[in-house]
Design a protein around this ligand. Structure first.
Ligand code: ADP
Ligand code: TRP
Length: 357
């Protein structure tokens, strides 16, 4: 029997800083887990990072850092194609082509665009959350507080990352599901506009059941770089313990079986991600009978997080010091990623009518 072709998995993380626990549980851990069974492609989304106009020195430093963290967490360049997005120029060309089939209205209604655009304009709490009010804010913005077009077309670029490799499985955290939905829509639209069957429709890839959202330690919301509430994989033990011990809590349960407030539910989510089921149960029971001590809960969480992050942190610096190895990994990755990208781009150009005279 001919060997069955492995399904194509693809995902990326923007090079905007060190990786945090949200990135690890929402994305990186899954990347490592599927390496043996799929045709895996993982990249550093440096072009996406440009949408928030980073300092050029930082952009390069962060790309190297993420590459080192990918490798330290167990991504293996012999098993997975590991590359830097900007090393594949075919992506930029296809981004231009796909944009011809993407509506500015649908892009403007994307949640992540709304959040980032408002941030760029310095609007923290919009008085009116309607699409109409939002459009007026954007169009009426002065030129020194502009919302760049790259931010608007972020989902086109992400769709191209996926479609150019014809990936069908995309491991990402919950916050990226809307982008994935748009990718499917763009794929269907392209196929039906040209009457072709070029792009498969990619789906989320969460082998552990529910899509994951790692909470912050500040009581509400998700852990995120721009939220400033992150536990980084490379945090040293002292810093990490301090961050966890400072997590927001409440006054504690006063009656048996009280409902949990959000900050406490968040701590339990972290415990569930990092600790053994029996430990989680022990703390749940202590909460239910009001004997819980939040200090103990936090200590447990800190130690269990450290058990996950310490081996990664210890490897990162050695990997970063080996310039030659890093360069070799991305060279190999770019070569492989470009092969399939060039093939898809040639198909897209032909289908759209860009042909040789
Ligand atoms: P950030 O939100 O910190 O800027 P990115 O947007 O670069 O991080 O996210 C990279 C990957 O990590 C994505 O797959 C995203 O879904 C995942 N991710 C980020 N934060 C979290 C979180 N708090 N919980 C789960 N997954 C997350
Ligand atoms: N938008 C993703 C994020 O912020 C990163 C990303 C870019 C990505 N291109 C992708 C993820 C393609 C999966 C597939 O996290």
């Amino acid at each position: 029997m001919p060997e069955q072709k492995k399904e194509i998995v693809l995902s990326g993380i923007r090079s905007t800083g060190n990786l945090h626990l949200g990135n690890y549980y929402g994305a990186l851990r899954k990347f490592v887990a599927v390496q043996n069974d799929y045709d895996c492609n993982f990249f550093i989304a440096d072009l996406h990072a440009l949408t928030t106009n980073p300092n050029p020195e930082d952009l390069h430093k962060n790309a190297r850092q993420i590459l080192a963290e990918y490798l330290a967490a167990g991504l293996d360049p012999e098993k997975s194609t590991i590359f830097v997005q900007s090393d594949v120029p075919e992506i930029a060309e296809m981004y231009l082509l796909l944009n011809m089939h993407v509506g500015i209205g649908e892009l403007m209604r994307t949640t992540s665009f709304k959040d980032k655009a408002r941030k760029a304009l310095g609007i923290t709490a919009p008085a009116d959350d309607s699409d109409e009010a939002f459009e007026k804010e954007i169009i009426g913005a002065s030129t020194n507080k502009r919302v760049n077009a790259g931010l608007l077309t972020y989902p086109t670029l992400m769709a191209v990352d996926i479609l150019i490799q014809k990936a069908t499985k995309v491991p990402v955290g919950k916050d990226q599901l809307q982008h994935l939905e748009l990718t499917r829509r763009f794929a269907r639209r392209f196929n039906s506009f040209y009457g072709v069957d070029l792009f498969p429709e990619p789906t989320d890839f969460d082998f552990g059941g529910q899509p994951i959202k790692v909470p912050g330690l500040d009581g509400s919301g998700k852990m995120g770089k721009s939220e400033g509430n992150c536990i980084y994989l490379v945090d040293d033990p002292k810093v990490l313990r301090k961050k966890v011990m400072h997590a927001v809590t409440d006054e504690g349960p006063k009656e048996p079986d009280s409902p949990m407030s959000e900050p406490i539910a968040n701590l339990f989510s972290l415990l569930e991600l990092t600790s053994k089921p029996e430990v989680v149960q022990q703390f749940r029971d202590a909460y239910a009978d009001c004997s819980i001590r939040y200090g103990d809960l936090k200590k447990q969480i800190a130690e269990d997080i450290l058990a996950v992050t310490t081996p990664i942190r210890e490897r990162v610096n050695d990997i970063l010091a080996d310039e030659e190895y890093l360069a070799k990994v991305v060279r190999m990755g770019a070569e492989k990623a470009r092969e399939r990208a060039a093939k898809t781009l040639a198909e897209v150009r032909y289908i759209m009518g860009i042909r040789k005279f």
